[in-house]
Design a protein around this ligand. Structure first.
Ligand SMILES: *[C@@H]1O[C@H](CO)[C@@H](O)[C@H](O)[C@H]1NC(C)=O
Ligand SMILES: *[C@@H]1O[C@H](CO)[C@@H](O)[C@H](O)[C@H]1NC(C)=O
Ligand SMILES: *[C@@H]1O[C@H](CO)[C@@H](O)[C@H](O)[C@H]1NC(C)=O
Ligand SMILES: *[C@@H]1O[C@H](CO)[C@@H](O)[C@H](O)[C@H]1NC(C)=O
Ligand SMILES: *[C@@H]1O[C@H](CO)[C@@H](O)[C@H](O)[C@H]1NC(C)=O
Ligand SMILES: *[C@@H]1O[C@H](CO)[C@@H](O)[C@H](O)[C@H]1NC(C)=O
Ligand SMILES: *[C@@H]1O[C@H](CO)[C@@H](O)[C@H](O)[C@H]1NC(C)=O
Ligand SMILES: *[C@@H]1O[C@H](CO)[C@@H](O)[C@H](O)[C@H]1NC(C)=O
Ligand SMILES: *[C@@H]1O[C@H](CO)[C@@H](O)[C@H](O)[C@H]1NC(C)=O
Ligand SMILES: *[C@@H]1O[C@H](CO)[C@@H](O)[C@H](O)[C@H]1NC(C)=O
Ligand SMILES: *[C@@H]1O[C@H](CO)[C@@H](O)[C@H](O)[C@H]1NC(C)=O
Ligand SMILES: *[C@@H]1O[C@H](CO)[C@@H](O)[C@H](O)[C@H]1NC(C)=O
Length: 276
């Protein structure tokens, strides 16, 4: 076995489940993306809840309808692409179009939206977008306002998302459900000549840089092809390491495997204590 090969195998050994080891015949790649256990492309190759789909025609990896871009085994996150919601003026109707807003539901899955590394990002010149979620503690709705007046176009600044043409906010920890909506009272019927659409999405912070033309054109949506990357954390089960270690289905059992509690809600991940 080449040293190169060994590097890819090591992390997988760390989280191997003795009782239900996946068959060695399992496909571990989809279009260049490594798919380490507990993830897999068939239920027999994955821990419950971690099976993914590879569309070989497109060369894309999916969790349900969401495209998966990266998997981090040691840090317990994945990157997914999620639709950008929009709310636009329609020249034919002479009114606002129905807002196009996307619901992302991760309840009863091992995934949670990461509060670290993501920002709810709203783009527009007259818009108030909400992020709604129904969590265990009841309903939560928060949002932010982005404005800019026609005469103020010059005050838009590349790289600065601070309320003028763009606003951002963090999300609470542990969310598994989210929906975007636009407040119809803040619409573009009076400013459609220079800003027809408003956009909102939860976006990986490091992947986003505000550009002036985002608030006055479709450049934002175009740049991301309608779908922006976001960080999603995953964890095994919903128990802490301490509790899970007593159970027969405990997963971090190989010698160099170390249990780490999930930082984002419940569950745990397995780390390589002897990894280089
Ligand atoms: C996991 O596998 C089951 C059975 O093949 C399938 O019904 C389910 O849709 C798969 N889940 C994902 C996210 O692909
Ligand atoms: C794969 O993607 C192609 C192109 O988008 C689509 O036509 C096809 O139905 C997909 N296959 C599966 C198994 O989802
Ligand atoms: C995601 O994977 C691609 C290659 O598939 C790599 O170039 C990129 O650096 C990875 N991104 C992160 C944030 O790890
Ligand atoms: C505007 O509204 C009309 C009538 O509902 C619809 O057919 C058309 O697709 C809309 N235009 C856009 C750009 O969404
Ligand atoms: C949360 O929203 C749902 C659906 O809109 C509603 O039925 C429920 O009463 C709300 N719960 C709380 C605690 O506000
Ligand atoms: C936009 O979508 C949200 C969620 O579906 C809905 O509550 C809201 O009323 C919609 N607003 C308009 C103007 O259609
Ligand atoms: C759009 O905003 C205007 C005020 O600027 C308001 O009169 C109108 O009712 C709003 N349109 C919709 C669809 O809510
Ligand atoms: C938008 O532009 C058209 C033609 O340039 C003009 O007739 C119309 O009055 C303008 N509408 C607004 C709301 O400024
Ligand atoms: C944003 O993410 C996409 C998809 O992984 C990547 O192709 C692109 O280079 C990233 N852009 C930045 C600025 O990080
Ligand atoms: C918007 O600005 C970005 C960065 O300055 C540029 O790359 C892009 O081509 C512009 N898009 C449009 C439609 O002007
Ligand atoms: C392990 O088993 C316990 C019951 O003994 C169950 O509550 C828990 O959800 C299981 N964990 C996983 C990751 O399947
Ligand atoms: C933990 O997971 C088990 C099995 O998936 C479920 O029965 C239980 O209600 C969950 N407990 C909590 C606190 O979410």
């Amino acid at each position: 076995m080449s040293p190169f090969h060994l590097l890819f195998v090591l992390p997988w050994l760390c989280v191997a489940v003795l009782a239900s080891d996946p068959p060695p015949s399992c496909e571990r790649k989809c279009s260049g993306i490594e798919i380490p256990y507990p993830f897999g492309l068939e239920p027999a190759c994955a821990l419950s809840g971690f099976n993914l789909t590879c569309n070989t025609t497109e060369g894309k990896l999916y969790f349900g309808n969401a495209e998966l871009l990266n998997i981090s085994l040691l840090e317990g996150w994945v990157r997914m692409r999620m639709d950008i919601s929009s709310y636009c003026y329609n020249d034919t109707l002479h009114d606002m179009d129905e807002n196009y807003s996307w619901v992302f539901d991760l309840t009863d899955t091992p995934y949670r939206l990461s509060d670290v590394g993501n920002m709810f990002t709203v783009i527009g010149c007259r818009t108030l977008a909400y992020i709604d979620n129904l969590d265990v503690d009841g309903n939560l709705t928060t949002g932010c306002v982005a404005t800019c007046r026609q005469g103020e176009y010059s005050s838009l600044t590349d790289g600065a998302c601070s309320g003028i043409g763009c606003c951002q906010m963090t999300i609470p920890m542990g969310l598994q459900y989210y929906q975007v909506s636009f407040d119809p009272r803040f619409n573009t019927t009076e400013i459609y000549n220079f800003s027809r659409c408003s956009y909102a999405a939860l976006i990986e912070s490091s992947n986003f840089t505000f550009s002036k033309n985002y608030s006055t054109s479709s450049a934002f949506n175009d740049y991301y092809g309608g779908q922006a990357p976001l960080r999603v954390v995953w964890a095994i089960g919903n128990e802490t390491c301490e509790v899970a270690q007593e159970k027969s289905n405990y997963t971090c059992i190989s010698n160099n495997s170390e249990c780490v509690d999930s930082l984002n809600g419940s569950g745990y991940i397995c780390n390589c204590s002897e990894a280089r």
